[in-house]
Write a new protein. Structure first.
Lengths: 229, 201, 83
C-alpha cells in the first residue's frame, strides 16, 4: 500500500489465477458485510501487466461506502472479492500505436497511467501526451513518476483548477479548446484519444475535442460517477 | 461465491422498528438518486398535468392551476426495490382523489406517464382512497429536479418505482399495460410487504 | 447532462457475465434513430435497474434487472448488436 496524495492510495493485490490484463481495463470489487449486505464498485487497474499482481489506485471519498474501507481498513493479508479484468473499449495496447492523447480529470488519470506504464515497459514507438487536470499541485496523482517518465515519448501537461503553487507557470483553469490545441496533437495527426474522469469533465472535454475537429470515434471515454466508479 | 469482507460495514444501516421495515429492506437516512434516464427540465410555464383515457372529458391543469388545488402535508415511509427504505418522508401535494373528483370511469387501471418517457402501471384502486398523491414539495422545499421535480407521484404502499418522477399525467384504461420496468423483470404489482420485486414473486 | 450518468464501461463486468464475451466493444444499432455505437460509448443510468441509452437520441437501448437468481435483459431498443 502506498499513499499517492492525502486522499488517494495505491493498493497492490496478488490475484490467484490472474490471466493478465490490458491497460484501461478495470475490476469490479464486491464487499460483503456480516449481515449479508453487499456493495460493489469498479476500479481501474493502475498497473501495467505484471504476472498475478495488480494495483488499484483508490480515491477516498468522505461519504463513500467502499473507498474508505479500501484505504483505511484493508490491511496486508486481507482478501477481497473482485471480478475482472473487464473492459475492451477503453483499452490501449502497443498494437494500437500512436500518437495518443490522454486527458484525465482527477482520479481519471488511473487507467491512463496504466497505459503510460504499459508503454514504458513494453516499448513500441507510440508518442503519448497527457493533459491532467487536478485541483491543486498536492492533489496530482503519480506526480513524481510522471515527471520521471516525461521525455522523448511522453509529454505531461498539468492544469490546476483550484489553486496553484507560488511561481506556477502552467495552466490554471478548466480544460478548454485552447488548452487542447496548445497541448496537441491536433486532429490532422489523427491521435487516438482516451478521456477519463467525472462525467461533467468528460462531457465538456469531449465536446471541445470534437469542436476542434477530432473524429468522435477516435475519442474513447470512460466516465467516473460521484461514487468513484 | 462471496465471503465476508473482514471489517466491512457499509453505509450506516440503522436499527429499524421491524414492524415498519418490509422484508429484505435496509433503513437509510440518505436520499439516493436513482434514475432510468437523464433529468428532464420542463419549464413551469410549459408544464401541465393531465388525466386522459377512459373518462368523458380529459382534465388538464397548468402549473398555477395545479398549485391552486387543495393540497395536503403527507408523511410516509417509502421503500425502494433496490432494498433501501426511508421512514417519515415529508411531502406536500394533491391527492389523486382530488384530481379524480367527479370523474366517472369504467377504467380498472391507470398508467402514469412522465417526461423522459418513463411509465408505470397500477390498478386504479391503488391510487384512490387516500393512497396516492402528486407531490411538489419535499421536506418543506420545492422538489429538486434530480428527485423528480417539479412534481412526482407518491404511492407509498408500493415499491417506489411505482411512483413516477417527473409525472405529467395519468391515463385511465380498461386494460392493464405494463410500464417501463414491469416489461423487464420487475413485478407487475410491487407490494413490499409480500416482497413482490420481480416477475414470478 | 447529469453528473450521475455513466457509460457502458460501467456495466462491462455485468454484460461479460451474461454474454460470456467482452461486450463494451460490441456495436449496437439504435432502433429509434438508427445510429451505431460501441456499447462502451453509450449512456448508462442506474435507477431501479440499469438502463443503457443511445448517446444520440436517448432511446432506451437495453434494460437490465438483476436479482440473486438471474438477470433480465431487455434488448428492445436495439435494432442489431454486432459482437
Amino acid at each position: 500500500m502506498a499513499p499517492e496524495t492525502a486522499h488517494v492510495k495505491t493498493i497492490g493485490f496478488d490475484v490467484q489465477g490472474w490471466l493478465g490484463h490490458r491497460a484501461g481495463q478495470h475490476v469490479d470489487v464486491r464487499l460483503t458485510a456480516e449481515d449479508g449486505y453487499q456493495a460493489e464498485r469498479s476500479y481501474s487497474i493502475a498497473s501495467a501487466p505484471d504476472g498475478d499482481r495488480i494495483e488499484l489506485t483508490v480515491e477516498r471519498l468522505d461519504d463513500g461506502e467502499v473507498s474508505p474501507y479500501l484505504t483505511d481498513e484493508l490491511t496486508p493479508g486481507d482478501r477481497i472479492e473482485l471480478r475482472g479484468p473487464v473492459g475492451g473499449y477503453f483499452v490501449w495496447e502497443p498494437a494500437v500505436g500512436g500518437p495518443v492523447l490522454l486527458v484525465g480529470g482527477g482520479s481519471g488519470v488511473v487507467p491512463l497511467m496504466a497505459m503510460i506504464r504499459t508503454r514504458a515497459a513494453d516499448g513500441g514507438d507510440a508518442e503519448m501526451r497527457l493533459l491532467l487536470s487536478s485541483r491543486s499541485w498536492d492533489d496530482v496523482i503519480y506526480r513524481d513518476e510522471l515527471a520521471g517518465l516525461a521525455g522523448d515519448w511522453l509529454t505531461v501537461a498539468h492544469t490546476l483548477t483550484r489553486s496553484q503553487p507560488a511561481g506556477w507557470t502552467g495552466y490554471g483553469r478548466r480544460v478548454d479548446a485552447e488548452m487542447l490545441t496548445e497541448v496537441g496533437p491536433g486532429p490532422d495527426a489523427r491521435p487516438q484519444v482516451y478521456l477519463c474522469g467525472p462525467t461533467p469533465f468528460v462531457e465538456a472535454v469531449a465536446e471541445a475535442l470534437v469542436s476542434l475537429g477530432h473524429e468522435p470515434h477516435r475519442i474513447k471515454t470512460e466516465r467516473f460517477g460521484p461514487t468513484g466508479g | 461465491m462471496s465471503f465476508i469482507s473482514r471489517g466491512f460495514r457499509g453505509r450506516p444501516r440503522s436499527d429499524a422498528d421491524p414492524s415498519r421495515l418490509p422484508p429484505g429492506q435496509y433503513l437509510t437516512t440518505d436520499y439516493p438518486v436513482l434514475s432510468a434516464g437523464p433529468t428532464p427540465h420542463t419549464p413551469l410555464d410549459r408544464w401541465d398535468f393531465q388525466i386522459v383515457g377512459e373518462l368523458a372529458e380529459p382534465r388538464r391543469w397548468t402549473w398555477d392551476e395545479f398549485r391552486a388545488l387543495p393540497s395536503e402535508e403527507v408523511v410516509k415511509d417509502i421503500h425502494c426495490v433496490t432494498k433501501w427504505s426511508k421512514f417519515d418522508t415529508h411531502w406536500r401535494g394533491v391527492s389523486i382523489d382530488t384530481l379524480l373528483d367527479g370523474v366517472d370511469t369504467s377504467a380498472g387501471y391507470v398508467v402514469q406517464y412522465a417526461d423522459g418517457g418513463y411509465t408505470t402501471n397500477l390498478p386504479l384502486q391503488d391510487v384512490t382512497g387516500g393512497k396516492a398523491w402528486v407531490v411538489y414539495d419535499s421536506d418543506g422545499a420545492p422538489l429538486a429536479a434530480e428527485h423528480g421535480g417539479p412534481a412526482r407521484m407518491l404511492v407509498p404502499h408500493l415499491y417506489f418505482w411505482k411512483s413516477a418522477k417527473w409525472v405529467r399525467g395519468l391515463r385511465l384504461q380498461a386494460e392493464d399495460e405494463p410500464g417501463f420496468w414491469e416489461r423487464n423483470g420487475y413485478n407487475n404489482y410491487g407490494d413490499p410487504w409480500r416482497e413482490q420485486r420481480y416477475w414470478g414473486d | 447532462m447529469d453528473a450521475l450518468m455513466l457509460d457502458g464501461n460501467a456495466v462491462a463486468g455485468l454484460l461479460q457475465e451474461v454474454f460470456a464475451v467482452e461486450m463494451t466493444t460490441a456495436v449496437g444499432t439504435c432502433d429509434h434513430c438508427g445510429r451505431s455505437e460501441p456499447i462502451g460509448a453509450v449512456r448508462v443510468f442506474r435507477g431501479a435497474g440499469t438502463v443503457l441509452r443511445c448517446p444520440h437520441c436517448n432511446n432506451a437501448l437495453v434494460k437490465i434487472v438483476k436479482n440473486e437468481t438471474g438477470i433480465w435483459i431487455g434488448l428492445g431498443g436495439v435494432r442489431a448488436l454486432k459482437i
